[in-house]
Design a binder for this molecule. Sequence first.
Ligand SMILES: Cc1ncc(COP(=O)(O)O)c(C=O)c1O
Length: 391
Amino acid sequence: MLKNRRILLSIPHMGGTEEKYVHEAFTSNWLSPVGPNVEAFEHAFGDRIGLPAVALASCTAAIHLGLHLVGVSPGDEVFCSTLTFVAACNPIRYLGANPVFLDSDRATWNLDPNILEDALRKHAARGKLPRALVVVHLYGQCADMDPILALCRQYGVAVLEDAADALGSAYKDRPAGTMGDVGVFSFNGNKIITTSGGGMLVSRSAAWVDKARFWAKQARDPALGYQHSEMGYNYAMSNVLAGIGRGQLEVLDLRVQQRRANAFRYRDAFADLAGISLMPQAPYGLHTNWLSSFLIDEPVIGASRGALIQALDKASVEARPVWKPMHLQPLYSGCECYGGAVAEDLSGRGICLPSSSSLTEEDQLHVINAVRGAVGAGALTELPQTYRSAR
Ligand SMILES: Cc1ncc(COP(=O)(O)O)c(C=O)c1O
C-alpha cells in the first residue's frame, strides 16, 4: 500500500551530475542568462542532434521564435496538428496568424498525411496557402515525416517540428526535430529530461539559430548603447538551469530505455485484458513512449475511461486523459479543422498512465493492479519480466 503519497504522471529524474554544473554556476557567479553552462548545453545538444541549437526559457518560446523565423505574420494561416497541448498552437496567435487544425491518423495518433494533402489542395484552390505547418510528435512518437515533408516542399510550406514530447525519438534513424525547417524541444519538469523549465530551438540554418538567440535577448543592435531596430523578447535560458540540462543530457539514452520499458511492461501486464491497448508503435522509428498512453474500448473492458481515472485516483495514482484536441478548445472555437473525428475519439478514450523513468517496480505493479482491479481482473503478484533489464 502507498502511504501518504501519490504516484504522479511524470516527474523529474536527476542523473547525478546536474548539481555539479549548477554548483559551478554559483562558484563562478554565472547566475544569469549567459554563461558556460548555456554554451556547453547548446553544444552538447547540437552535437547529439546534429544541428546548431539555442537554449531558451521554454518550448513555447521556441515555437514563437521558430514561427517568426519562417516568416509567419499577421493574417497568415498556419496548419497545426489538432491532437496536442495548447502550447503548440498559441504562438500562432501571438504572431497574429490563424491556426487551421488537422486530424490524426489511427496508426500513429499523429498528423495524418492524407488530411494534410487534402487541406493543402483545398487551400491552393482558394489561393491561400498556409505559411507554415506545426507538426507535433505526440507522446514521444514521430509523425510520418516523409510524406509530410514532401507535401510541404511541393506547396512551399515551412515545417516547424514540435518535438517537445519527443527528444530521443527517431524517424527512420533521423532524430525528431531535425527534419523540418525548425525543430523545438521542451525541458519542462514533466519531460523525458528537464531543466525544471526550458526549451531548445534547432535548425539547419546556423544564421536562423543566431537570429533566434538575438531575438531571445531583447534584439539589442550590435551598436554602442541600447539601440533596438527589431522587436525582441526575454526568452534566454538561465545559466543555472542550463547546468541541470547538461547533466540531464548525459542520461538521455537511459531515460529513453526506462520510459520504453515502462510502456512495454504495462502492455504485457494488460495482455490478458481485452479492451486496453498501448498507443501504436509505428514501424518507421523509435517511440520513446514519453507517456505510456493506452486506448480504452469501454464496452469491451467494461469501464469508462473516466471511471478508470477515478479508480486510479482513489488508489493514489495520477492518470490523465489524452490531450483535448485544439479544434474543441473554447479558445479556438470557430477555427477551421480538417477531419477531427479521430482526434476526438482518441481524446475521449485515451488514458496516460504514470510514466516517470524513476517509477519503481513496486509502484508500477501498484498502478497495474489498480487498473486491473477497476476492470474486475485479478491482481498480478509481480511485473512482467520482459523489460526488467532497462532499470
Ligand atoms: C506538444 C507540446 N508542445 C509544446 C509544449 C510547451 O513546452 P513548454 O512547457 O516547455 O513551453 C508542450 C508541453 O509542455 C507540449 O507537450
